[in-house]
Design a protein around this ligand. Structure first.
Ligand code: FES
Length: 120
């Protein structure tokens, strides 16, 4: 299988610069589009701003003890690391890797095409 190739976008100089709300979810913009950064056990994950079910704003949800983001609208749960709909409704959450490096915090997108497709 071919290795995934990412374009890395810097979202902050340091993880502490991100404005994690009480629910441990920050909203950042990449090229003018909002995405969420969720934090669990000191690890950060990037995922879509809106829920794949009916567009609930995931930034207004919360992260449970197992590292799932819970949508505020109908409480479906999604694993932030792999996008799986762990409450079993069969949806899939767009998600991206986060890299914390000496030079800053980066989110990786596989390619421009797949990134922009989520907004169509
Ligand atoms: S909109 Fe998120 S669970 Fe329905």
């Amino acid at each position: 299988m071919a290795e995934k190739k990412y374009n890395w976008y810097k979202i902050a100089d340091h993880i502490n610069e991100l404005d994690f709300a009480e629910n441990q979810i920050a909203v950042v913009e990449v090229k003018g589009k909002k995405i969420c950064i969720g934090r669990s056990q000191k690890v950060a994950f990037a995922f879509a701003y809106k829920c794949p079910h009916a567009g609930g704003i995931l930034a207004h949800g919360y992260i449970d003890a197992l590292g799932n983001v819970v949508c505020p609208l109908h409480r479906y749960k999604f694993n932030m690391q792999n996008g799986r709909n762990t409450s079993g409704e069969g949806y899939y959450l767009k998600h991206w890797p986060v890299a914390i490096r000496e030079t800053g915090v980066f989110v990786g997108f596989e390619d421009e095409g797949s990134f922009w497709n989520i907004f169509r």
